[in-house]
Ligand binder design. Structure first.
Ligand code: GDP
Length: 364
């Protein structure tokens, strides 16, 4: 999974990006690395995986990973190629979901590019750049489809759909808020729109508001309204707190968070939202050689999940032995779970569940 962080200048994007990627670096089990200054790979924290590591003391410990890209510099005029605008838009095209950092904190010392704190205006500014770029793409697609229509009249319905979508975009509304059928959504696979990407709004609050007044903060409420109207996710966050805890050890961090009435850090919450938004789950494989988490989409069947590990596993799939994490923890070992008759033998049609511990049987 690849998450791109966008937002206007001075909203706390870099503070958050550095805190999240640094937080990954600090925990021994969950390494993090920087590929480029603005790209970090973070391991996905998973308590189940930690427990399996304690049980197996594996030679190798491989958590799922995700990539954060800090897409700084997306400003008004980006879609017109202003500054490095087009480069940033190209970066966004490559991500699975967007984390849009929105400034909800007041601080007279930190200027706002547009002079005041106004989340609705800020969200619109960024959205419009994505929408303008999408209109260009749709225009080109309409031209192409119209030409092809000369030989294939059935394309008339496609043009009609594209024109309806274009009209929606031209009202300044993102493709996310356009009602589409599954078939129409399929049509857009060859025209990947930026304003159709799933969005998590990270509402960056000041420490005091984050601790005491999340629900009464008018800026945060506004972000929630916007998110609800387009079925996006929203997450209250305090970039400064994240920065503070990013280099604490696990114990101090847990204490600090519980003081705030939180169970998990911002990194955990963003990852959780990202998984939910993209319909992702994990299955686990465990043994002495390696304890590992694998990311799949909800609804994936056993053979395709096996194919994540190796294409031979999918081709030669016979069955999957599946154990639930809770059963394994309760009875302490695979053999004990088998003795209790709780290890299930699942076939080709089995739909994988989050947290399944799996051993695939296959022919080579
Ligand atoms: P970016 O331009 O969006 O990447 O913003 P930065 O992360 O560089 O932050 C801009 C300035 O705002 C920095 O001086 C940060 O320390 C400050 N900042 C970030 N988050 C907060 C916050 O929650 N409260 C306050 N008061 N300042 C913040």
């Amino acid at each position: 999974m690849k998450l791109g962080m966008v937002g206007l200048p001075n909203v706390g994007k870099s503070t958050l990006f550095n805190a999240l990627t640094n937080a990954g670096a600090e925990s021994a089990n969950y390494p993090f690395c920087t590929i480029e200054p603005n790209v970090g790979i973070v391991s996905v924290p998973d308590k189940r995986l930690d427990a399996l590591a304690e049980m197996y003391h594996p030679v190798k410990f491989t958590p799922a990973t995700l990539e954060f890209v800090d897409i700084a510099g997306l400003v008004k005029g980006a879609s017109k190629g202003e500054g490095l605008g087009n480069k940033f838009l190209a970066n966004i095209r490559e991500v699975d979901a967007i984390v849009h950092v929105v400034r909800c904190f007041e601080d007279d010392n930190i200027i706002h590019v547009d002079g005041s704190i106004d989340p609705a205006r800020d969200i619109e500014t960024i959205d419009l750049e994505l929408i303008f770029s999408d209109i260009e793409l749709i225009d080109r697609r309409i031209d192409r489809t119209k030409k092809a229509m000369k030989g294939d009249k059935s394309l008339g319905a496609v043009v009609e759909f594209l024109e309806r979508l274009k009209a929606h975009l031209e009202e300044g509304r993102s493709a996310r808020s356009f009602e589409m059928t599954e078939d129409e959504l399929d049509l857009l696979k060859e025209t990947p729109l930026l304003s159709l990407k799933p969005v998590i709004y990270a509402a960056n609050l000041c420490e005091d508001d984050f601790r005491n007044n999340i629900d009464t903060n008018a800026n945060y409420k506004k972000v929630c309204e916007i998110a609800a109207a387009e079925k996006s996710a929203v997450l209250p966050i305090c970039a400064q707190i994240e920065a503070e805890i990013s280099d604490m050890d696990a114990e101090d961090k847990a204490m600090f968070l519980s003081d705030l009435g939180l169970e998990t850090s911002g990194l955990d919450r963003i990852i959780k939202e990202g998984y939910a938004l993209l319909g992702l789950i994990s299955f686990l494989t465990a043994g002495e050689p390696e304890v590992r988490a694998w990311t799949i989409t909800k609804g994936t069947k056993a053979p395709q999940a096996a194919g994540k590990i190796h294409s031979d596993f999918e081709r030669g799939f016979i069955r999957a032995e599946v154990v639930s994490f809770d059963d394994l923890m309760q009875y302490g070992s695979m053999s004990a779970v088998r003795e209790k008759g709780l290890a299930r033998q699942e076939g080709k049609e089995y739909v994988m569940q989050d947290g399944d511990i799996v051993l695939f049987k296959f022919n080579v």
